[in-house]
Design a protein around this ligand. Structure first.
Ligand SMILES: Cc1cc2nc3c(=O)[nH]c(=O)nc-3n(C[C@H](O)[C@H](O)[C@H](O)COP(=O)(O)OP(=O)(O)OC[C@H]3O[C@@H](n4cnc5c(N)ncnc54)[C@H](O)[C@@H]3O)c2cc1C
Ligand SMILES: *[C@@H]1O[C@H](CO)[C@@H](O)[C@H](O)[C@H]1NC(C)=O
Ligand SMILES: *[C@@H]1O[C@H](CO)[C@@H](O)[C@H](O)[C@H]1NC(C)=O
Ligand SMILES: *[C@@H]1O[C@H](CO)[C@@H](O)[C@H](O)[C@H]1NC(C)=O
Ligand SMILES: *[C@@H]1O[C@H](CO)[C@@H](O)[C@H](O)[C@H]1NC(C)=O
Ligand SMILES: *[C@@H]1O[C@H](CO)[C@@H](O)[C@H](O)[C@H]1NC(C)=O
Length: 556
């Protein structure tokens, strides 16, 4: 009888530990997991939960709560001119090849990557199939400090960079970036992955060296010359993180300078996360805001009770309460409008950058007069830096004399109403863009009604002369990412037994990939916890109670 019990236990355990696929044997307890937020982090949590659970033959029942009607969060596209065939990224627009989660998902789901940096200005206009020269310039509000003509050979571009900044400066900056990224990449693998504490992992990987100081200090310590730092690298931290080097830590600074193999997904990056959610088999509750997460105060872990409301305010009180074994909060807590009750998760409030994104179409190119160049040298991509000696906190939010962080000409296209060729622009700025500023940079008069919300472009004109100077526009203000001041502690992913948080990653590095990595990490922690619980149950049902685990290991 003793022996029979043992054999049964082993059979039961091995069938359950080896089961594969979504078919889960009856005896296997199913974990009910709630994921709150369907951005990069929440989608990745759901996707990897399913994958890891399947690998171990474990059952998970995933419910994904999303306040809005869409998957992707800060990764979202809009339709230019309201035309569903003309997509433009409003939020996160690029990722790089070294981003294994996004890159692998792109492959797995058969999504089409496209380079956001194709040579020449990508033209979708039928009038002008010839691409235009793309000129990237660094502007400080007074003058263009440096520019690169991307139609020139890469040899010529390199020569110009070397001539401006020096060969060793460039090589050392690149080495430094590779060294930092190399340290970071260990986070994907054992023994660092999965991690309970982001702070400890950052410390173990030596990454506090980067996060504990400003980009300015980090570059100086590593002997990168001021000109390269304050002109070129600062232009990158401004376009990527809306920050000057004095106000952003060294790790984000290095991430901002790592554009190798940049890509985006044709039709919108959000599709990666949409496919992840579909593959996870999660039950998705859209238009559903979580308002409260609570648990029985007397138990040390779950179950957790989630209260929701319809985000479109049809004011159904208590739209629903459901209970879950594990809860993953995959959105910055401070903006989530939800409360976590009866446990004391101290989730730090983090200062976030408020970023204004303005996208518009115009038949006009940027003004040569405004940027003080000849008409043939008008930049298509304007990055910015501070004038020499300027206070890094000058101007609104440190935008300095330029007043904005970047202007990109995304592409040329045909206005669907007039058939006229136009340019599609995107501006990142710390304040809303005014009609006066637009008049300046385009060299035409933009009506004062532009920023009052009353401005209704009609697009009735025929030629450039009498056409609307701005035929279509869209603005949005994001809490885009944290103000990444130097720090040595980070909000850890485990808030309490069964309660997880992904957004602590954002003070370390805020990108689609890193937040997705935190989602993958939390998924692994949950599945490891399930495996631990599974073993405990085997012990428990083993009448002998001593060597059950050993027997199982031998049998398997
Ligand atoms: C303008 C801009 C440009 C950027 N550019 C890049 C870039 O080029 N490359 C890059 O990698 N990263 C970029 N980023 C950063 C990147 O977008 C973010 O790091 C990442 O997308 C955040 O993902 P997340 O899932 O953690 O959060 P989010 O994307 O914010 O997702 C959180 C989700 O939770 C939902 N939610 C919130 N509260 C509740 C609630 N109470 N109940 C239910 N649901 C809730 C929200 O609706 C949202 O869908 C950019 C960000 C911005 C704003
Ligand atoms: C899965 O979770 C939902 C809550 O979203 C619940 O209604 C359902 O009963 C759960 N199924 C199982 C098998 O636990
Ligand atoms: C991505 O794919 C590569 C190659 O198949 C694999 O080695 C790696 O582990 C994958 N990484 C992730 C995060 O899925
Ligand atoms: C979400 O709400 C919007 C606006 O009320 C509505 O158009 C949409 O159909 C809703 N989606 C779902 C899945 O309920
Ligand atoms: C950019 O380079 C191309 C190709 O060499 C050249 O035709 C064009 O005039 C250059 N533009 C500027 C502004 O230098
Ligand atoms: C399970 O068995 C192992 C090995 O005998 C033991 O170390 C462990 O504490 C047991 N776990 C429980 C929950 O009894």
């Amino acid at each position: 009888m003793h022996l029979n019990g043992l054999v049964l236990t082993v059979l039961w355990a091995s069938s359950w530990l080896c089961a594969v696929g979504h078919e889960v044997p009856d005896l296997v307890p199913v974990r009910n997991v709630a994921v709150i937020g369907a951005g990069a982090a929440g989608s990745s949590t759901a996707y990897y939960l399913r994958r890891y659970a399947d690998e171990h033959g474990l059952g998970v029942n995933i419910t994904l709560f999303e306040k809005t009607d869409r998957i992707g969060g800060r990764t979202l596209t809009i339709n230019s001119y309201g035309d569903p065939n003309i997509h433009v990224e409003l939020g996160a627009s690029i990722f790089v090849e070294v981003n294994a989660i996004l890159y692998n998902a792109t492959k797995e789901f058969g999504l089409e990557p496209s380079s956001p940096y194709e040579k020449g200005l990508k033209s979708t206009s039928s009038k002008n199939k010839e691409d235009k020269d793309e000129i990237m310039a660094i502007w400080d509000g007074d003058r263009i400090r440096f520019s690169i003509n991307e139609s020139h050979s890469s040899w010529w571009t390199s020569a110009r960079l070397v001539w401006r900044y020096g060969f060793f400066a460039l090589r050392n900056a690149q080495k430094l970036m590779h060294k930092t990224i190399g340290k970071f990449l260990n986070m994907y693998n054992e023994p660092h992955f999965p991690f309970q504490s982001l702070t400890e992992t950052a410390q173990n990987l030596g990454l506090l060296e980067e996060t504990s100081v400003t980009g300015e200090e980090f570059l100086r310590k590593n002997k990168i010359p001021e000109l390269l730092s304050h002109e070129f690298i600062q232009a990158m931290t401004r376009v990527n993180y809306a920050s000057n080097l004095a106000n952003i830590h060294g790790l984000d600074t290095m991430v901002a300078t790592a554009p190798e193999g940049a890509m985006s997904i044709a039709g919108g990056n959000w599709q990666i996360f949409d496919r992840m959610v579909k593959a996870s088999g999660a039950r998705v509750l859209r238009n559903t805001s979580v308002t409260q997460v609570a648990k029985d105060p007397s138990s040390s872990s779950g179950p957790y009770y989630i209260t929701t409301s319809d985000s479109h305010g049809s004011a159904k009180e208590d739209s629903g309460i459901a209970s879950f074994d594990d809860v993953v909060i995959a959105t910055p807590y401070q903006f989530s409008n939800m409360k976590v009750m009866s446990i004391d998760p101290v989730i730090d409030k983090i200062p976030y950058v408020q970023l204004h994104v303005t996208i518009f179409a115009s038949p006009h190119r940027l003004s040569a007069a405004y940027f003080k160049v000849s008409p043939s040298e008008v930049p298509t991509m304007v990055l910015t830096t501070l004038p020499e000696g300027a206070d890094p906190n000058s101007g609104s939010e440190g935008a300095g004399k330029a007043g904005f962080f970047s202007i990109s000409t995304l592409r040329t296209l045909d206005n669907p109403k007039t058939g006229q060729e136009e340019y599609l622009y995107k501006i990142f700025s710390p304040k809303s863009v005014t009609p006066g500023f637009l008049s300046d940079i385009l060299g035409v008069s933009i009506p004062d009604t532009f920023d009052t919300g009353e401005f209704q472009p009609h697009g009735t004109g025929q030629g450039t002369e009498d056409a609307e100077p701005i035929s279509w526009y869209y603005t949005h203000v994001f809490n885009s990412y944290p103000k990444a001041f130097p720090r040595v502690t980070f909000q850890d992913p485990v808030l309490a037994d069964g309660l997880y948080y992904t957004s602590g990653m954002e003070s370390f590095i805020s990108t689609m990939e890193t937040n997705a990595l935190m989602g993958m990490n939390v998924a692994k922690l949950i599945v490891d916890d399930m495996l631990g619980a599974a073993k405990e149950e085997v012990n428990f049902s083993n009448s002998d109670g001593r060597d059950g685990e050993q027997v199982i290991l031998q049998e398997l």
